[in-house]
Design a protein around this ligand. Structure first.
Ligand SMILES: [Zn+2]
Length: 261
């Protein structure tokens, strides 16, 4: 997962959502009323979807797995739990049908003592505070209970995602080196195209983890010469992310991270 910047709701969206929320309230604020109103609210849903797609990572990727196309509007806090938040803009995220319907569904674990939600909302939490991506093997580890619950509920370590992240790691290393070679020989158009393609790739968490790794003092040792040089050059570009909490990200228990460098 990566942070998602939420755009402000449009006046039209606020108007459409307020009238639907009022209707749910009049109908007794039940889960059924929320589901019925949601089913009928095509104009509001189109407006929500348009805004979410502008916020989506990569090319319309799911905000949870960052892999599949985000086809569904997910209610982060489920309709059944809080019907009056059905049309709350801050409760909507773009998800793929698999994350939404096969994994998260109506789960919303909360801390027994504080009542605080134990799922990462990428539009209000920084996933880096709760998750560590072991980039060279594609697996997540929880840094907090919220991180561990998010891995479980969103299925972040399901086999296809782990494999996809590992493949994205190999591809990203290759593209970073290719981008750097183009920069060095003055092919700035080619370099710009490679950079744009890399930022559009699925699994944006892999590039973000590599960028974090590049900030570490032992990056050259861990990554190998060429990739470390490419990453240092990449981090000097204005568009590169500048993650704050640099931390150990490589885990070499099954793969040698230097192999693709
Ligand atoms: Zn997904």
């Amino acid at each position: 997962m990566i942070p998602i910047q939420r755009l402000p709701a449009t006046k039209r969206l606020i108007r459409l959502c307020d009238s639907r929320t009022e209707k749910i309230r009049e109908l007794g604020a039940t889960g059924k009323a929320a589901r019925d109103e949601w089913r009928l609210a095509e104009p509001a849903k189109n407006e929500i979807r348009t805004l979410l797609e502008k916020m989506a990572p990569g090319v319309l990727r799911c905000m949870y797995c960052l892999d599949s196309v985000g086809t569904d509007i997910d209610h982060f806090e489920p309709l059944a739990r809080t019907p009056l938040r059905a049309f709350c803009w801050h409760n909507h995220l773009l998800a793929c049908s698999r994350c939404n319907s096969n994994y998260k569904r109506d789960e919303y674990p909360c801390d027994e003592n504080t009542g605080n939600c134990l799922l990462i909302d990428p539009s209000s939490d920084d996933p880096d505070d709760h998750l560590e991506l072991l980039v060279a093997i594609g697996e997540y580890e929880g840094k907090t209970r919220k991180g561990e619950e998010s891995i479980r509920v969103f299925g972040l370590n399901r086999e296809d995602l782990v494999q996809g992240r590992f493949d994205a790691y190999i591809t990203s290393c290759d593209v970073l080196n290719s981008w750097h070679r183009k920069v060095r020989r003055g092919d700035l158009t080619g370099a710009a195209l490679s950079a744009a393609a890399l930022r559009r790739e699925p699994f944006g968490d892999v590039l973000r983890a590599l960028e974090k790794l590049g900030h570490l003092p032992y990056a050259a040792t861990a990554l190998g010469g060429e990739l470390a040089d490419s990453l240092q050059a990449w981090l000097r570009t204005p568009a590169a992310a500048n993650p704050s909490n640099a931390a150990p990200l490589l885990n070499t228990k099954s793969h040698d991270p230097r192999a693709p460098a």
